[in-house]
Structure formats: structure tokens, C-alpha cells
Design a protein around this ligand. Structure first.
Ligand SMILES: [Zn+2]
Length: 319
């Protein structure tokens, strides 16, 4: 197999569509070769990647169909997967998967280096480090192994499986807490021995605080991202785009030494600004992959219940 030196400079030569396509391919290829996660979750992720891949080809491009996309990921060099004009770049000749379906060295590097999204999402590298430590503690990540955002299913699997091993009550309480309380006071956390041991809660991320304070999203209760604005203020907004669109955006400014939030969207109910000390939160990946899908499941359950269906949320054994 070709040894690749995929330098970031090489990735810079690609245009935006090509980079988006590469990103989708890299995630999809990693999904194909990871042994973690359940088949349905992986299939969903592959379809998401294909959707992104198709969009990256633009309105007039002819992206491969889903089955052809999967085939090409297994056997074609990167150049055959990307839209637009070719290049002399070495990356063009590299394959993402070996003949036996395992990740090439190139893929392992690309998932970290070529994945625009991983770098664009602030705090994700700290988040990945936290995830690594959680998974390592769960015995799911051998020393030296690397992992990227692709690991959504693997993370859910690892966390839920570990909760299940602690029995029904611990599982139900743990999963409920992860969904309903993405942020906890340190003292509240100490009441959950299992979650404390798992190390899933960590200090408030540096990109989710400003002037030593943070605020929860009114919709998911997760920490909001703090983006400095001007010299003496910041914008605090939920990391979830749908929540931002629904109004989970606030301006943080100081009046006579007192920090205050003002709404920037339709949500008028202002969340409380809290000091960073004394609080712990799920890092980005855990909020994204456990809290958010869990909230959706609760919504669906309420919907089904309202329609008269008898639904049991998170039956023991589902992971
Ligand atoms: Zn939110």
C-alpha cells in the first residue's frame, strides 16, 4: 500500500467541494472499517455521509449513488472519489481502505488532519482528548489507538454498555442523567458514583466560558459556546444549530461590573450566568452523541404516548 504523507498543505490545495467530499469519504470509510457500534447506527451514519458527499458535488455534479459510493470507498483511490479538476497531489493516488477492509495509514491520518469539521468545531480537540480518556477508562481504546468524531456509535455503545453492567437501576438513572443534565454541580455529580467513576463529566470547556462564567442552553441545558464580541462582551449560543435557530443565542455584556445576558433570538427567558467553578459538563462529543439523541427519543416517546401508544423508553438491553 502506498505510504502517504498527507500534509495539511496538500489538503489546502483542494477546493471546498473537494474538501467536503474528502471529509465525507473519510468518515464513511472509517465507519465501514470500525468494528464498534451497531449495524443500524453505522448504516445511518453512512447514509448521512453520502448525503454530504452528494452535496459537495454541487447542483450540477454527478455524485456516485449510495452503492457505488460504498464500492468506491473500498477500492478506488481518493482522486476517483473527489469532484472537480484533478491534481498532481499525492493524495489523489491514495486509498482509504486496504484490500481486507481495514483502515490504511492514510485514512488514520486523514481522519485527524483532513477533517475540516474536526478543526472547525471549537473545543473538539479537548473534547476528543476527554473522549479518549473516557474510552480508555472503559477499556475500549487500546493505548496508541486514535479516534475521531466518527466514534459516535462507539461512544454510545461503550457508555451504555458500561451502565448496563451496573444493573437496571444504575443504567436507567445514569442514562437519564446524561440526557437531562448535561451540566451538573460538582456536589450533585458526587451523588452519582457510577458517572463519577466513568469520568464522563469534566470541567466547563474553555470555549464555553467567558470571563469565568457560562450559561446553559434553555432548550437542552447544555453549555453554550462563548464567542468573544468586541472588547468587552461575548455571544453565547447553543452548539446545536436548530437550537440557535429557535433562539438559543444571547449577548453577554457588562453593566457597571455586572455581567448580564440579553436575548439575540426569540427566546426571552434568559438563562442564568453561572461561575465556572463548581460545575462540570459533558464534553462536546458526549453531549452531541448522548444528550441530543436522548432528548429526541424523549420527544418521540411523548409524541407516541400522546397518540395512545405504550412506549418504554430505553428498554434494558438496548444500547
Ligand atoms: Zn441547546
Amino acid at each position: 500500500m502506498l505510504a502517504l504523507e498527507a500534509t495539511p498543505a496538500e489538503i489546502d490545495e483542494l477546493d471546498q467541494g473537494q474538501r467536503d467530499a474528502l471529509d465525507a469519504c473519510v468518515i464513511a470509510a472509517m465507519t465501514l472499517c470500525t468494528p464498534e457500534g451497531d449495524a443500524r447506527g453505522r448504516a445511518r451514519l453512512l447514509m448521512e455521509c453520502h448525503g454530504r458527499y452528494t452535496r459537495s458535488w454541487g447542483v450540477f455534479g454527478k455524485a456516485a449513488s449510495f452503492p457505488a459510493f460504498l464500492n468506491q470507498l473500498r477500492s478506488a483511490p481518493v482522486g476517483a472519489l473527489l469532484p472537480g479538476p484533478g491534481s498532481w497531489s499525492e493524495i489523489w493516488d491514495v486509498r482509504l481502505l486496504e484490500d481486507d477492509g481495514t483502515a490504511t495509514a492514510a485514512l488514520t491520518r486523514l481522519i485527524m488532519e483532513a477533517s475540516d469539521q474536526a478543526h472547525e468545531v471549537p473545543g473538539l480537540s479537548a473534547d476528543l482528548r476527554h473522549l479518549h480518556s473516557v474510552l480508555r477508562a472503559l477499556g475500549k481504546l487500546p493505548p496508541g489507538a486514535r479516534l475521531a468524531r466518527i466514534a459516535a456509535e462507539a461512544v454510545q455503545h461503550a457508555v451504555f454498555r458500561t451502565l448496563q453492567q451496573a444493573g437496571f437501576a444504575a443504567y436507567t438513572e445514569g442514562r437519564g442523567t446524561l440526557v437531562n443534565d448535561p451540566v451538573l454541580g460538582r456536589r450533585a455529580l458526587s451523588r452519582y458514583a457510577l458517572l463519577t467513576d466513568l469520568g464522563v463529566y469534566t470541567g466547563i470547556s474553555p470555549v464555553q466560558q467567558f470571563a469565568g462564567r457560562w450559561a446553559p442552553c434553555p432548550l437542552c441545558k447544555g453549555t453554550t459556546r462563548a464567542t468573544p464580541r468586541g472588547h468587552h462582551g461575548a455571544e453565547l449560543a447553543c452548539e446545536d444549530e436548530r437550537h440557535r435557530q429557535r433562539g438559543a443565542r444571547f449577548k453577554m455584556e457588562s453593566d457597571d461590573g455586572q455581567w448580564r445576558l440579553k436575548p439575540l433570538g426569540e427566546i426571552r427567558e434568559i438563562p442564568e450566568l453561572r461561575p465556572v467553578e463548581g460545575w462540570v459538563a459533558l464534553s462536546y462529543g458526549l453531549w452531541q452523541w448522548i444528550t441530543m439523541p436522548g432528548l429526541l427519543e424523549i420527544d418521540l416517546e411523548a409524541l407516541a404516548y400522546g397518540a395512545g401508544a405504550d412506549v418504554r423508553l430505553w428498554p434494558f438491553g438496548d444500547s
